[in-house]
Design a protein around this ligand. Structure first.
Ligand code: GRG
Length: 300
């Protein structure tokens, strides 16, 4: 299947629409109305839905229909949106804008920013773990395995630990190795998750898991490098969030260590290595490669 730029942009748009439609039906009802509104605000109709698209793209290589994956795709986007709601809080990166609109705590107040984030995480986990059809399709063993992978990607050696380092390294001298350590924990393990969990659900063998796992981490490093590059090269209006924050807060980024041009070269070298890794596999992953390329070529 050809995956040119036009194709892949259509693919991403379709994925985002499908996940949004699913979440419209499946976000929790009951409980405080204001909380329900905050959950919708946090996850529906905004964001690129790149992580859900990585899941669908990987699973396409295993002939797994998107329909069957929606509970996991929705969960991934809810959990991602939770991390953004908390990341924007005044006690974290203190950002007023996200996805072209006021960030969660600016729209709903700080307490709700915390609580809606909590609910997005918990209800996100619940979305796929309590879905009878999903459990029946993939079986308990695979679902326990991907849940363990997800928890590891989010925990002390994953996103939470990475966020702690991100805050600790503000305004400090930092090396390339330290930046890589932060990128891997804060971002890359959760970019790896949709790829590796998709492979597990698809029945990948050991070699495929190993290579897709390495590919996912390298792509995750590229993703964060690109995010940091965009922070200095694009306008807030293009990004939908406040540009130039990394410099303002003196964050530990590759650009701080290497400068813009060498950071860009580094990202492309990492990307080329990731593509080479995939070429070691007999099974082709054209859609995954196309989404990966879009991640490094995107403008927001
Ligand atoms: C308790 C698991 C847990 C986490 C809390 C707040 C926090 C700790 C971690 C923050 C992690 C974070 C926000 C990392 C940055 C990753 C990043 C560059 C996100 C932007 O992703 P895009 O561009 O956003 O895919 P859209 O808006 O398109 O969805």
């Amino acid at each position: 299947m050809g995956c040119d730029k036009v194709n892949i942009e259509d693919f991403l748009r379709d994925c985002a629409q499908r996940v949004d439609q699913f979440l419209e039906k499946r976000l929790p009802v009951g409980g405080p109305v204001r909380l329900q509104e905050a959950l919708r605000y946090g996850v529906i109709g905004g964001g690129k839905k790149l992580r859900a698209s990585l899941l669908f793209a990987t699973c396409e290589a295993y002939n797994l229909a998107q329909e069957k994956l929606l509970p996991l795709a929705g969960a991934i986007e809810m959990i991602h949106s939770f991390s953004l709601a908390h990341d924007d809080l005044p006690c974290m990166d203190n950002d007023d804008f996200r996805r072209g609109k006021p960030s969660m705590h600016r729209a709903f107040g700080e307490a709700m920013g915390v609580l809606a984030g909590d609910a997005l995480l918990i209800e996100g986990l619940s979305l796929f773990l309590t879905d009878a059809q999903f459990l029946h399709t993939f079986g308990a063993a695979k679902i326990i395995e991907i849940t363990q992978l997800l928890l590891a990607a989010l925990g002390v050696q994953g996103m939470v630990g990475g966020q702690v380092w991100d805050l600790e390294y503000e305004k400090k001298r930092v090396t390339e190795e330290e930046v890589r350590k932060i990128y891997l924990a804060k971002t890359a393990r959760f970019i790896q998750f949709p790829i590796l969990s998709g492979a597990i659900l698809g029945g990948a063998d050991q070699k495929e898991r190993e290579i897709l796992g390495k590919f996912g981490l390298q792509l995750g490093v590229c993703f964060q490098a690109k995010d940091d590059i965009l922070d200095v090269t694009e306008e807030s209006s293009t990004l939908g969030k406040t540009a130039g924050k990394d410099l303002e807060q003196d964050k530990a980024t590759l650009i701080k260590v290497k400068g813009l041009q060498r950071a860009q070269e580094f990202m492309w070298e990492e990307f080329d290595q990731a593509v080479t890794l995939l070429s070691e596999l007999e099974r082709p992953f054209p859609r995954l490669l196309a989404v990966a390329r879009l991640i490094v070529e995107r403008s927001h």
